[in-house]
Design a protein around this ligand. Structure first.
Ligand SMILES: [Zn+2]
Length: 180
């Protein structure tokens, strides 16, 4: 949390949720309100419930990739990100028999849309112009430098409308990534 504060992230410490399943829990839970508290603020409107570690990684991704890429690809500043709620106590792909989702540990966030200073809104599943399409494609490719799992439209029917980012470890050494 000291690192989050140091990065200028706007967040509030939160209570760890008590799920129906004992394994659903968040290590150092926070509600993420905005990345960078200054004039380069990017609102996270849904204030998702996340582990501190995920919030830090996501903020770094926004500050070091989404913001500069927006200026280059769209000639506008990124001002808000539309996301899901972060934490959800459930199995992968909403299957109760499946392994617990990274969402059940606060290690994942779904992004559905991006809002820019010129009023433009880009959905990850439908872009209004070629510039926006290039932006979404580039951020999706680069996301695997920050997250261990990146899924989205075209990956499978569960991710047709949003990009899923998580930092769950895959395999024994943690270097394996699922980037689709
Ligand atoms: Zn997800």
């Amino acid at each position: 949390m000291a690192a989050l504060r140091g990065a200028g992230v706007d967040f509030e410490p939160a209570q760890s949720p008590t799920g129906d399943v004992d394994a659903c829990a968040i290590d150092a839970p926070v509600r993420l309100a905005a990345v960078a508290a200054d004039k380069r603020r990017v609102e996270i409107r849904a204030k998702p419930l996340l582990s501190c570690a995920f919030a830090l990684q996501f903020s770094d991704f926004v500050n070091n990739l989404l913001k500069p890429l927006a200026v280059g690809a769209t000639n506008a500043s990124l001002v808000a990100i539309e996301t899901g709620s972060g934490y959800e106590c459930r199995g992968r792909n909403h299957d109760p028999q499946a392994k617990l989702s990274a969402h059940a540990k606060g290690l994942a966030l779904d992004v559905g849309g991006l809002v820019f200073s010129d009023g433009r809104k880009i959905r990850v599943d439908a872009q209004p112009d070629p510039q926006s399409t290039a932006y979404v494609k580039a951020l999706r490719t680069a996301a695997c430098g920050w997250f261990t799992t990146v899924l989205g439209p075209g990956s499978d029917p569960f991710h047709a409308t949003h990009l899923h980012f998580d930092i769950e470890r895959h395999g024994s050494n943690g270097s394996y990534r699922i980037c689709q």
